[in-house]
Design a protein around this ligand. Structure first.
Ligand code: TYM
Length: 334
């Protein structure tokens, strides 16, 4: 059967982009006839400095976010990356398969390392090899992500192909990136040319999953728009990035296509559309934030869920690692 894997970094607050581009899709996959594995990637988070207390808190809160959004830890395998050591063990092998030149082309590395790349951590450079290991240690076939992860998933295929080729095996599968829906790239509420991101210094640029109803409504009311009425077809949103972003968000929250939304709201001014969007966002997001808060009252339960998840995960990852070591020529323990 197909196996779905995806991950989210526990580095600060989850936002609407993470929810619509990733979490909500994860929930959709859970109701299909596939095995689903979802991961908090704490090893990825520390590629840039994280305060230890914050990291631990964010990891638990992310776990609460997964569950509050609808991930059932009985149906899906829900794990924290560092608790399943095979991820890091396979990553080392992949560090030796991937080429420096491939890594240098990664736009996320260039963005995150900034001008002073010499001062970036070695882990930040190797980040995509660990990500390939996350996926391939499960022989995952499908990886739902937002658009910004596309290049990393292409690299995952390159690593799988080179491993298979170098060792003359057909062992790691070619993973399919799944980038679909109306909100694969949610943009900043303040600037339609920038991605919504947790690193944006302006809190008004994003809706956090921990925002309450008032904060959500206020941010949408203040979102940047243009003065024109909404068009009645999707192509009328070309060259209108802020307008398109708000319509995409509406469509994704309401499980509709952009054209369906525009059939209903075409011709309306933003003065009328924004309150509709705010109501919808509050209706969908506020219960998740309330539930996250409730789950965070019992972090011991969260830790038990993650421990159980890692036990289930290792039933899959440990034989795959053993086989990989055998292919590479490493002596097994006797
Ligand atoms: P991360 O933690 O940056 O983001 C988690 C997921 O949210 C999506 N996303 C968005 N989608 C739409 N609009 C946005 N503005 C937006 N911002 C973020 C991301 O595309 C992602 O799907 N490298 C990954 C984590 C990772 C991973 C993996 C993912 C580690 N190993 C293996 C898949 C498979 C990351 O940093 O995501």
């Amino acid at each position: 059967t197909p196996r779905v894997f995806s991950g989210i970094q526990p580095s600060g607050d989850l936002h609407l982009g993470n929810y619509l581009g990733a979490l909500k899709r994860f929930v959709d996959w859970q109701s299909k006839d596939v095995e689903t594995v979802y991961c908090m990637v704490d090893l990825h988070a520390i590629t840039v400095w994280q305060d230890p207390k914050d990291l631990m808190h964010s990891t638990r809160e992310l776990c609460a976010g997964f569950i509050a959004a609808g991930i059932d830890p009985e149906k899906s395998i829900l794990i924290n990356q560092s608790q399943v050591p095979e991820h890091a063990q396979l990553a080392w092998i992949f560090n030796c398969v991937a080429r420096m030149g491939w890594m240098q082309r990664m736009t996320q590395f260039k963005d995150k390392a900034g001008k002073n790349a010499q001062n970036a951590s070695l882990g930040l450079f190797a980040y995509p090899a660990l990500m390939a290991a996350d996926i391939l240690i499960y022989h995952a076939t499908h990886v739902p992500v937002g658009e910004d992860q596309k290049q990393h998933l292409e690299l995952t295929r390159d690593i799988a192909a080179k491993f298979n080729h170098d060792y003359g095996v057909d062992f790691f599968p070619m993973t399919e990136p799944v980038i679909e829906g109306a909100a694969t790239r949610v943009m900043s509420l303040r600037d339609g040319s920038k991605k919504m991101s947790k690193s944006d210094p302006s809190d008004a640029s994003r809706i956090n999953m921990t925002d309450d109803a008032d904060a959500i409504a206020k941010k949408i009311r203040k979102a940047k728009t243009d003065p024109d009425a909404l068009p009645s077809e999707a192509k009328g949103l070309d060259e209108r990035p802020e307008a398109r972003n708000l319509v995409n968000i509406y469509a994704a929250l309401n499980d509709q296509t952009v054209d369906q939304v525009l059939t209903d709201v075409g011709g309306k001014q933003f003065g009328e559309f924004k309150p509709m969007l705010a109501d919808l966002a509050v209706a969908k997001m506020a219960p998740i934030s309330t539930e996250m808060g409730r789950l965070m009252n019992d972090t011991a339960e969260i830790d038990r869920i993650l421990t159980r998840g890692s036990e289930r995960a290792r039933e899959i990852t440990s034989p795959i690692l053993r086989k990989t070591y055998d292919i590479v020529g490493m002596i097994p323990p006797v």
